[in-house]
Design a protein around this ligand. Structure first.
Ligand code: BG6
Length: 514
């Protein structure tokens, strides 16, 4: 039976509160892992605290570590205290939350575990009234995604005969175009696309969702949102952190796989897309993929001329010395993995023809910031003369995704005084100041959307594959030229390799200093 949930998009004001989540059991694979501890359990706790989940709700944690239910609850309570914003739990809320929490020691590749899980779910349905609705959250190593889905399928747990069954799959979704295609094929043998929720936590960020509202709920921007008025777009996704003990994973990944192919492309597609016919998940995702289909392919010549790879050497962040990437734990001393990448994208369509989108993403950069800067064209005629305009740059609209979420518009204004001098000033909107609320964690939003049956903020099959299709020529080109990587080529705490600045300068443009 397909769930009767009406799939409406919560981005419509107020819509979210009108919809109530149905009773359900959430099964977390990898419940003793880091993600469950840091993000999933604190997010679920908050949803209960905010009365966004029904009383008929249960959590089953699966993990290899042997633990009793009591031990699991205690561990999870400590995580909520440690990782939630409030740094504490409300005892009353915790009791109702923990009441439906159980742990099943299990090995993901053993069929017996799925039999036990099926029994436990039946029992949970009876005891907690969860009505056969199930959300399986695969928070395990990527090599287990297909296996877990296969075993769930073989055990009859993907069938929607009693209630709905949805599966959240964590990133990374594949490590190449071929592996992503294969994974899609494998999971689609047991699940319908409508049951698959491929998570990308950037889509759960408030400001990313606000991009849609900003573009399509305001009359003044959309007429300017094209090649006629926009000179170019810059997307900066900068982190100050290094690989944080994940050297082993990162060595096989690099920033293009880790950040650009998924998170940055999700944001980029919302900036580049056409207005959707409606806010239904399919209409929104149709427009995003359409935009990505018009992204120009990367030829070897384009990669050589328009893309830059980098790797950090030792340096300092916030006044503290930090080691270079090759000195990090789990990293080869001659590693050629890129921790920084700049790519230039072109969309060959009517809206964006001739407008470059410059993207850069990296670790150990000068500042933690993710922003989209829309740079408008120069005025067609310098009415005020070159001298007066000396300190003026073209208008720029900056959408800050994190931190200090908000929007800034750079405009030219007259400096007070008898002489006409003109300077840039900023018109600023800050979430914190305007709404005075703490923004919800991305995982809260996304898990709730999945329970509500809304997949708008999840990656569809075609988008995961298209992302890989776009970046593969870059990865292949770099992999074939490992020996030419002159690494390390940027200092920790800087803005990345000089070459990324040169590319823009050659075109008479400059990277913003966020
Ligand atoms: C994860 C990457 O997906 O996103 C990490 O694997 C990265 O390497 C993280 O640090 C960044 O997320 P955020 O929300 O802090 O920008």
């Amino acid at each position: 039976m397909q769930a009767a949930t009406v799939v409406e998009n919560p981005m419509r004001a107020g819509m979210r509160l009108e919809r109530t989540a149905e009773p359900c059991a959430v099964v977390i694979f990898g419940a003793s892992g880091d993600l469950a501890k840091r993000k999933l359990i604190p997010a679920l706790y908050r949803l209960v605290q905010e009365h966004l989940l029904p009383a008929e709700f249960a959590i089953i944690g699966l993990g290899r570590t042997a633990m009793t239910d009591e031990e699991f609850r205690d561990k999870m309570k400590a995580s909520v205290v440690e990782f939630s914003e409030a740094k504490s739990v409300d005892e009353e809320v915790w009791q109702s939350f923990a009441g439906g929490m159980q742990f099943l020691p299990s090995n993901i590749d053993q069929p017996e575990c799925y039999g036990e899980l099926a029994k436990l779910l039946e029992q949970v349905d009876k005891e907690h009234g969860t009505q056969g609705n199930r959300l399986f959250y695969l928070s395990v190593a990527p090599e287990f995604y297909a296996e877990a889905v296969r075993q769930l399928g073989e055990a009859g747990l993907t069938k929607q005969d009693k209630g709905w069954v949805r599966v959240i799959i964590e990133k990374p979704f594949g490590t190449s175009l071929d592996s992503a295609r294969e994974l899609n094929q494998q999971i689609l043998r047991y699940l319908d696309e409508s049951q698959i929720y491929r998570i990308d936590h950037y889509l759960g960020k408030e400001t990313v969702q606000n991009l849609l509202v900003f573009r399509f709920a305001n009359g003044i921007y959309e007429p300017l949102w094209n090649r006629q008025y926009i000179d170019h777009v810059q997307i900066t996704n900068a982190e100050t952190v290094g690989v944080e003990g994940r050297g082993g994973y990162y060595e096989k990944s690099g920033v293009v796989r880790d950040m650009i192919q998924n998170h940055v492309f999700q944001v980029l597609s919302i900036v580049a897309m056409e207005p959707p016919a409606s806010l239904s998940s399919e209409d929104v995702r149709d427009e995003k993929i359409k935009a990505m289909h018009s992204a120009r392919a990367f030829t070897p010549e384009r990669v050589a001329a328009e893309c830059v790879r980098g790797q950090y050497g030792a340096g300092s962040i916030g006044g503290k010395p930090v080691p270079g990437y090759r000195e990090e734990q789990g990293v080869a001393p001659d590693s050629t993995t890129e921790t920084f990448a700049m790519v230039t994208m072109w969309f060959d369509n009517w809206r964006w023809s001739g407008v470059p989108f410059y993207i850069r993403s990296g670790k150990r950069l000068a500042k933690r910031v993710t922003e989209i800067a829309i740079q408008f064209r120069q005025v067609p005629h310098q009415l005020f003369g070159a001298a007066a305009m000396e300190q003026v740059s073209p208008n720029q609209l900056v959408i800050r995704i994190q931190p200090d979420e908000g929007i800034t518009m750079r405009v030219a204004a007259k400096v007070p005084g008898q002489v006409t001098r003109i300077r840039d000033v900023n018109m600023d909107f800050r979430y914190g100041a305007s709404f005075g609320v703490q923004l919800a964690e991305a995982y809260e939003r996304l898990i709730l959307d999945c329970i509500l049956g809304d997949s708008t903020l999840y990656a569809r099959k075609d988008m995961t594959e298209r992302g890989w299709e776009i970046v593969m020529p870059i990865l292949d080109y770099w992999a074939a030229r490992k020996s030419e990587a002159d690494f390390p080529n940027y200092e920790a705490g800087s803005w990345g390799p000089e070459e990324s600045f040169h590319i823009l300068e050659q075109q008479g443009r400059h990277w913003r200093r966020p």
